[in-house]
Design a protein around this ligand. Structure first.
Ligand code: E4P
Length: 300
């Protein structure tokens, strides 16, 4: 599995590159905004992007900011032409840029189709369903980015949980535990109704099932797993970038389900390296160093 860094912070990108673990970068307008605000106008946007590209050897996803197909295509061509001399540019196109107006629903696909047809690599972003991923792959996207963390947020919110109160952004969503709880509730309901049919018909069951998933998607990791499976079923060449990753355990799980790439915020990389027993172990080893062992290093 390849690892990208999901950041526009040049210092974070440089550090992670030095650790030898990074194969590419993904950015989005929100990440770029955060990074540029930090620099307080000391550098132009253009120079900033060039700096990111020069730091990185792998692909760097840059997102368009228009929502109409023609404009996205123009912007995609522009970004690709302007910044390709500095690195490997990939153009990020939202799967559905409609902002709620149905007339733009398919503009993302049109842009993906056109840019990919011109040999410009496209990363289709904001993918929240396997169905959207299939459409992006058919249109020729080189990558699709399913947003695992945002799906977990969505399911928790549907269940009535509030971000910042019931869970924090980085909290692991335990969908396996939730599945077990759901099964217990189903069993109880079948016993109460006496027959499968009556239980299946009951509003109570529908409520439990509907709120604790998103139309058959049980979690963000489940979304990634389903897309990987579908792409493998049909030999789609499109690579799956597990995105919107919020914690280390999600990284393990998207690796288990076979994501081609995972894109990680810097904080998640930091979380991946740490474990209580590792810390305890290194403290023990260092405190057990005897002078005789130190002597070996002095006599180089
Ligand atoms: C992916 O390419 C996006 O930049 C990113 O993963 C979004 O993550 P978020 O949901 O934490 O904002």
């Amino acid at each position: 599995m390849k690892i990208f860094i999901d950041s526009a912070e040049i210092e974070e990108i440089k550090q992670a590159y030095e650790w030898g673990i990074i194969d590419g970068v993904t950015t989005n307008p929100s990440l770029i905004k955060k990074a540029v605000e930090k620099r307080q106008g000391k550098i132009t946007m253009e120079d900033y992007i060039k700096e990111v590209l020069k730091t990185v050897t792998g692909p760097v996803s840059l997102e368009v900011i228009a929502v109409k197909a023609d404009e996205m295509i123009e912007q995609g061509r522009f970004l690709y032409k302007k910044f390709s001399p500095y690195g490997k540019v990939v153009i990020k196109i939202p799967i559905n840029p409609s902002l709620g107006s149905d007339s733009l629903d398919f503009d993302g696909l049109k842009a993906i189709r056109r840019l990919s047809g011109e040999g410009i690599p496209v990363n289709c972003t904001l993918v929240m369903t396997p169905e959207q991923a299939i459409l992006a792959a058919k249109a020729g996207a080189m990558y699709v980015s399913p947003f695992a963390g945002r799906i977990d947020d969505y399911i928790r919110t549907k269940m009535g949980m509030k971000i910042g109160i019931d869970f924090k952004k980085g909290d692991y969503f335990d969908y396996n535990l939730l599945s077990e709880m759901r099964s217990l509730k189903l069993r109880e309901s079948i016993l109460k109704h006496g027959s499968l049919t009556d239980a299946y018909r009951s509003q109570y069951i529908k409520d439990i099932i509907c709120v604790s998933q998103d139309n058959g998607i049980l979690s963000g990791v489940d979304l990634v797993a389903k897309i990987v499976k579908i792409f493998r079923n049909y030999g789609f060449k499109t690579q799956v970038i597990a995105s919107s990753i919020r914690n280390a355990r999600q990284v393990r799980e998207v690796a288990e389900v076979g994501a081609d790439i995972v894109t990680l915020p810097f904080e998640v990389i930091m979380e991946m390296i740490r474990h209580y027993k590792t810390l305890e172990g290194i403290r023990d080893f260092i405190s057990d160093v005897v002078p005789q062992y130190e002597e070996v290093f002095r006599r180089k």
